[in-house]
Design a protein around this ligand. Structure first.
Ligand SMILES: *[C@@H]1O[C@H](CO)[C@@H](O)[C@H](O)[C@H]1NC(C)=O
Ligand SMILES: *[C@@H]1O[C@H](CO)[C@@H](O)[C@H](O)[C@H]1NC(C)=O
Ligand SMILES: *[C@@H]1O[C@H](CO)[C@@H](O)[C@H](O)[C@H]1NC(C)=O
Length: 710
């Protein structure tokens, strides 16, 4: 498929100074005008403000950092507003299609007159409102991505802290965290700030919240609390906001496009091809707004079936408050997206039977808002598909309403409601998801090696797919590995001397198997000890594969020896963790109680194991928690030869408590069932081992044949 081009912030680099533009296109937003008053003169480009805010932060000028970063965020918002408003204004002034053309020569002129008029209008509108040429507001890909990921809020929260403005810091930290839920340090910060400020009751504000998402969430909450009046109010509000946001999204698609497949200079398309090329990018982008609007900040996957779900909730809520006509309209609207949905078809019959005799059921149609929406959506699909065929690019229409093909009960029928006689009316009341593992849950397979002691299974560890074993290493092996760790980490491997990426109160050092073997080969550590690291990781892999009774090969995905050392003088009243709570193959979202299996998580990891080497330190317990990342369900004290292993998904959130004294070392292993994600370093390590074995063999042979030596 041709890359989806998303270029909302690049403005048309239009050329000439505009004629004055008279009058606002529609009711002005008061906020916007206020800002205009506060910041007279041309709108400063947000990338410049961002750069100067970040520079001020690094130079310790926190007041200026806050001022410029806040201005950057305002400028970024205003730019969006201006573009949307200009698009609406110019669209209304220069409608397409124009009045019907006459026959004969020049019949196409009215269309082009409208196009040219609209272009002129855009240029003048934007230049006017931006106080200068729109091209000043072009930004690099990096800056755009930073704003999408809300990185400016990360600087802001730190700057506000320095200025001792705790409430604003909490706000900024939370706003950042919402779009970066894997960033556990931020969550910790928020807790700390709130505790320090004594603002524990303070409501967390997401400054970039999308109204349509907020209203939807509120609707679901009321719905689940059986408060149907309020649910209706919020879902109706959510729909109005959704359609407004949809217009904005589509407008932003009309920005400049990038033609990555063409050498710009070699691009010699004629008039209609050039228009078609550009228009197709815009159209695909607009078509994709369905996904854009269903996707929460910082996520790649949309909420499944998002828009239709509004109508699904509403049909039932209206039924519960006795508004059968509206219930019917919503149910029929839902069927526009899922015409074969048997439950809703049953509901339609049932609602029709409840109607007053004076009302003809056939006269009640699907709600107009969704009817129009779906009609356009289908037209767009057809247009894109036929153009794709004709113009020779491939396009596969995503399934916009359901991701996994089949109907998913827990998503389709709003959950958690108890209705008498529910079955009679065909409501299936799926319970909301607890994390699922899509493979047979088995455990208790043989441990393969003598001397290994079984300690706890999943049940004893209060979870699923967990196991604790002892004596996987002997005391001597622990000592040997420990010396490898010291030896390698001494020579440095990038982590050396750095504080932990997870906490500023510990030093963090690590080494991979390949690194160990290289160090061994270079004589920095005994080769035999480096090889031990290789061998014990293979031992761990075999045990995990066997214990969980996996019937396909378990591959290494990443292996790492890690030591965490408490930094002295920084351990008083520490309340952070050595390694924050996380899951290994998904992004834990404690507020939503979900774990999103999508990048940047290592989604291909299937099993994890930690093999401990020592116990002469304080703190550093390994803990499992609930998905809230707070409630500890099991706690394990490391010691030499102890191994904890578990499946890598949202069912096993875990972390490491602060190491408050001494040095804690462990071998961390992640495994995958997908050969595509085999660890490359491991394959290289295998090769090194093979070479070493050959050399050994060679020496051996030399020993047998001493006369060759002369
Ligand atoms: C098991 O333990 C015994 C006695 O401690 C020891 O001699 C033997 O080498 C161990 N086996 C393995 C595979 O470590
Ligand atoms: C693994 O075992 C299950 C049944 O226990 C079977 O359905 C599945 O096909 C097996 N997978 C492989 C790769 O052998
Ligand atoms: C499992 O939960 C029980 C009850 O809360 C607790 O006593 C026990 O210590 C937990 N198991 C582990 C290994 O922490």
């Amino acid at each position: 498929m041709r890359e989806r081009i998303w270029a909302p912030l690049l403005l048309l680099p239009l050329l000439l100074p505009p004629p004055l533009w008279g009058g606002p296109p529609d009711s002005p937003r008061r906020e916007l005008e206020l800002e205009l008053e506060l910041e007279p003169g041309p709108l400063q480009p947000f990338d410049l403000l961002y750069a100067s805010g970040a520079a001020a932060y690094y130079s310790g000028d926190y007041e200026r950092a806050v001022r410029d970063l806040e201005a950057a965020l305002r400028s970024h918002r205003r730019l969006r507003e201006i573009r949307t408003r200009c698009a609406r204004h110019c669209g209304a002034r220069h409608p397409l299609p124009p009045p019907p053309p006459g026959e004969g020569p020049g019949a196409e002129l009215p269309l082009f007159r409208s196009l040219l008029g609209r272009a002129r209008c855009y240029r003048s509108c934007e230049t006017q409102r931006l106080g200068g040429p729109a091209s000043r507001h072009r930004v690099s890909e990096d800056v755009r991505s930073d704003f999408q990921r809300r990185v400016p809020y990360n600087y802001l929260q730190r700057a506000y802290i320095k200025l001792n403005q705790l409430e604003k810091a909490v706000e900024a930290a939370h706003t950042f965290f919402v779009a970066n839920p894997e960033h556990m340090e931020m969550q910790q910060n928020i807790e700390n700030y709130r505790a320090t400020a004594g603002v524990e009751a303070l409501q967390l504000v997401d400054r970039e919240a999308k109204p349509h998402m907020e209203s939807y969430n509120a609707g679901v909450k009321h719905y689940e609390a059986d408060d149907f009046e309020m649910a209706i109010k919020h879902f109706e509000q959510a729909l109005r906001e959704y359609f407004a946001e949809d217009i904005e999204c589509r407008t932003l698609c009309e920005g400049p496009q990038r033609f990555e497949e063409y050498e710009y200079l070699g691009y010699k398309a004629g008039l209609y091809e050039a228009i078609a090329d550009h228009y197709m990018q815009v159209l695909v982008c607009q078509h994709e707004c369905v996904r854009e609007l269903a996707t929460r900040p910082g996520r790649l996957s949309p909420i499944e079936n998002f828009l239709p779900l509004h109508y699904d909730y509403l049909q039932f809520a209206y039924y519960r408050v006795g508004e059968y006509v509206k219930a019917l309209e919503c149910a029929k609207a839902y069927l526009l997206c899922h015409p074969d949905d048997e439950d809703v078809l049953d509901n339609v019959d049932y609602y029709e039977s409840l109607l007053d005799d004076s009302i003809d059921p056939a006269s009640i149609e699907a709600r107009e808002d969704l009817t129009m929406f779906v009609k356009r959506h289908k037209l767009e699909s057809e247009l894109i598909k036929s153009a794709a065929e004709g113009l020779g690019f491939s396009y596969t229409e995503p399934n916009y309403w359901i991701r996994y093909g089949g109907r998913q009960d827990e998503n389709r029928v709003p959950s958690g409601v108890n209705v008498e006689g529910a079955e009679v009316h065909g409501f299936s009341m799926g319970k909301k998801l607890s994390p699922k593992i899509d493979r047979d849950l088995r455990e208790g397979g043989p441990l393969l090696y003598e001397n290994i002691t079984f300690v706890y299974n999943s049940e004893q560890l209060n979870g699923t797919q967990r196991v604790l074993l002892d004596n996987v290493l002997s005391e001597e092996q622990c000592r040997e590995l420990h010396s490898v760790a010291s030896g390698i980490m001494l020579v440095g491997d990038g982590y050396r001397g750095k504080t932990s990426p997870h906490t500023p109160n510990e030093k963090f050092e690590g080494a991979t198997v390949l690194k160990a073997l290289k160090s061994g080969y270079e004589g920095r550590v005994p080769l035999k000890s480096a090889r031990l690291f290789y061998d014990i990781s293979e031992k761990a892999r075999r045990i995990v594969e066997s214990y969980f009774m996996l019937n396909s090969t378990l591959y290494f995905s990443y292996t790492h020896m890690v030591c965490r050392t408490a930094l002295s003088g920084q351990q008083d009243r520490r309340n952070d963790l050595s390694h924050p709570i996380h899951a290994d193959n998904c992004l834990l979202d404690p507020e939503a109680n979900e774990c999103w299996k999508e990048p940047p998580a290592y989604t291909f990891r299937d099993y994890s194991a930690l093999l401990y080497m020592n116990d002469d330190f304080e703190g550093g317990e390994f803990i499992f928690t609930e998905m809230d990342a707070k409630t500890v369900t099991a706690s394990i004290k490391p010691k030499c030869g102890r191994m904890i292993s578990f499946s890598s998904g949202g069912e096993n959130p875990h972390g490491v408590k602060a190491v408050t004294k001494g040095k804690r070392c462990a071998v961390a292993l992640w495994f995958t069932l997908d050969p595509l994600y085999r660890e490359l370093e491991r394959i290289q390590a295998d090769e090194v081992i093979a070479i070493l074995d050959q050399e050994q063999q060679g020496k051996h042979e030399l020993n047998i044949n001493p006369k060759d030596e002369l």
